[in-house]
Design a protein. Sequence first.
Lengths: 477, 577
Amino acid sequence: MHSAEGLALARAGNLQSAEAELRKAADLAPANEGCLVDLATVLAMEKKFDESTSYFRRALKINPHDVLARRYLGANLWQLHRYAEARQNLRILLNTNPNDPQALLLLGMVSENTGDYAAAAKMLASVPTLVRAQPESVAALARSYYHIGETEKARAWLDELQNHQAGIQAALLGAQVADEMQDYKTAEAFLSSVAPRYSDQNELRYRIALVKFHAQQFEESRQLLRELMDDGYRTGEVNRLLASCFRAQNRHEEAIHTLQEAIELNPLDETSYLDLASILLDQKRISQAMDLAQRMAKAFPHSSRVFVSKGSLELGANDFIDAVSSFTRAAQLEPNSPDATIGLARAEANAGMTERAKATLDSAIGRFPEKAPFELELGQVLLKEAETGDKNAAVRAEQLFHSAVAHDDKLAEAHYELGELALHRGETARALIHLEKAAKLVPSSAKTHFALSRVYRRLGREREAAEQAALFDKLGE
Amino acid sequence: MSSSCHRSHLPTNRECYRAPRRLFFLSLTALLSFTSLTFLQHSPSPAHKEIFSDVTEQARIVWRHFSGESPDRFLIETMGGGVAFLDFDGDGFEDLFFVNGGETPHGKSSSPIRNALYRNLGNGEFEDVAAKAGVDRLAFYGMGVAAGDFDNDGFPDLYVTGFPSSALFHNNGDGSFADITDRAGVKDAGKWAASAAWFDFDRDGYLDLVVTNYAQFSFDDAKRCELHGTRTYCEQKAYAGMPLTLYHNNGDGTFTDVSEHSGLAGLVGRALGVIAVDVNDDGWTDLFVARDASPNLLLINQKDGTFRDAAIPAEVAYNSDGVAKAGMGVDAGDLNGDGKPDFVVTNFNDEYSSLFVSGPSLVFDDRTIASRLAEYTKPYVGWGIHFIDYDNDGHLDLLIANGHINQVIEATRLDVKYMEPPLLLRNNGKGVFQDMREQVGAVFQSGYRARGLAVGDFDNDGGLDAVFTRLDGKPVLLHNNVGQNHSWVGFELQGTRSNRDAIGAKITVEIGSRKLVRWITGGASYLSSHDKRVVVGTRDDSSTPINAEIRWPSGTLQRLARLERNRYHEIVEPSAN
């Protein structure tokens, strides 16, 4: 009875009451798979994904072949960014129902999120009707095509968003995707095309300025922003983008002044403070940066981002003990913040609190799904220990670097460390592999080119050694 | 036993006049030293068990350094303090010269700022005769000193570096010096000079002079930096670097600035330490320059008046991450027994002092970590550094003077202190060091703001002693109590065709199958100058004959056989091989 009542309420849109009724039904019949699925579904509609997931799992324990439950569980896990588990469940479903369109759509989305773009493109393209229905799935397919180099297909799918039933927002999403994927002409064309029907012309002009900034057309971007400001459209966002333009053109004084204006315009917008702190630190204006840090902490005592920024400034100023305090506060405010945790460990290590740093990082490796940055950081702490006498630390450090690249092959710094270790042991061939990879990932890393020049020299490849040395000199200026 | 003295020329009239006085002095001081040795041996002192004892007080050294420390925090305030061992009066005992700093716009002294020239009385005591000698005052902020006999008259002269100029004091041989800077043309005007080294780069028999210049600096430009909310010294990168200066000795009391021609003027960076030594064993003296957040230089003498920097291919310019460390002091010695010099360089905390060990084809192996030097030097800011076989076991040990520059450093981290202890690191014979802190003596358990470090045997007992300076404090004179635990052989060279100080000479000592190589170097450590004699520890192998080969800077080869242990041998360069 509760079950029927709950379903009726859900259909009528009264989700809260539906949830209450379905809970009663589930309590009365805890082994009733149908009740569990219904409750889980309503919870998902209320965006209570964690609890919904647990009820779907319970239902699947009773009946592992429940396609609906498995599908919705996959959807929940995708929403929760638990992509590995989502993938696992959707693959189970597709093993028995290889053409299940919703499963293909979901798995395509998961693949796109995890960077498996070829698979994402294949799966999403196989369910075009479902993809077309939602702007997010169109965007995912377009992104996937961009990534695998099929630009025309990407653009063709983005075109679907121009006049999508979801309205202007879909078109704006299309512009955003093109911008993200550095197809700036397409992005600008999208934005221009929506101009006649977009009510907020100022916001549109801002978006065009943003695309021009991404395209490194700093003068044009600044021009647009100045026009906006002259027209009275002065927001923190506009000021910050203008400051970014100045910064990109090495006009740091103007960037700083613009951000200070942004702060005056809106003293409650922490992003302006954070941007200003970043420039002051880059410009090594430590005293000003520290004053700003104090202001930020006072103005935003509950903002983890602010305390991460303060800690970074203190790290930059070699004030390590204070940095430990700031990052500790940031981590307390946001325990799942990777920036707060890594910052804390770095500050602890630099302050001479090595054991604490190791404990922070060990704990993070256990807690965070994205382990690679913490493995890298811990490896570097251990490497320092190894340099001052602890040989076991060196072994563990190297294991951590290997684990880090296994988790994230794009972690240039881990490849660099592995290259250096190999070079130190005289394993020049292995060193070359890692260092060349690091250089490809981050061509602007001076130290990588320095290391490469040493390797080439050892291999007798003098010309390449000289080239790398020249790059090192240039980047070090 | 063959004579160890080969006099190839008649002494000059001046030398003849001085000779009887010198003999008189020698016999008198010998008597005094015997007395003082007896005194030292019988003085009840718990310090007798230490490796090094602080004998500053007994030596009656009361001079204090003045840095001009001020609220402006000019970087120069934290950098100075050179010291030299030299026998300025030729009495056979090493004297001491201390360079004072100076006033700054808001760092004034209540009394005149003077250098000190402590004459070794031969009985463990010293007497400051700087004023009488005419070397007590400088017209500039003093930094370092290089002692060398530039005119080959038998008396060491003094080149004192500083800002915004430097000075050359000629030793008149009668206990006095004359400032001949302008006449000689070695003022190095407008520069902040740090260490200097005498060496004969063109092998003409006269000592030339290389000067490290640190940074573009002015008292009108008080840069403002803070640490932990307190005004502090700005990091060195806030100051642009300077080129080196090279003066060629014309042999007539004047010098020519050959910085441009030699190529040294093009090497701009923050240079602090320099040592002159033959790196590639071709008989021509080269230079290693330690630079502060600028890549180190390994300047190979091209034998035509120019130098080529080989630091990058030699892998001594940077650390393994391509970072130029904060190089301050430098020394050279044959640590691995291959007959070629290896180098040590002091750096900032967390950077470790560096150890570069020679390998084939002028490529050095960075053995900082493997030698445990990293482990011992990590928390310290190192300045003066010198190889020293303190126990005469034949293995080169290390002595390092440390001291931070930021008074608030302890508010920012737990593992680095402001006042830091010196380090004595013992070499186990395989190029691995051991910290001797527990055994070396009370001085090494205390913290200082140490800067310059010089090594010399002030009591001629074969145990190498040392002295280090302190910012705004008295220096610390360390007596070596264990050098006589093993036998040793000492060399005091006198060039004739070569420069008289024999800087650039290579001495290979053969004890049975063992070969120990030493050099008479120019410069070394930080802002300081050392006893030019070479002491080689031979352990206790008293039955094996000691032979030696000397390669003089002129190229002359001289072989010496059956050298007597536990004494200095005065060796004059022969006229031919």
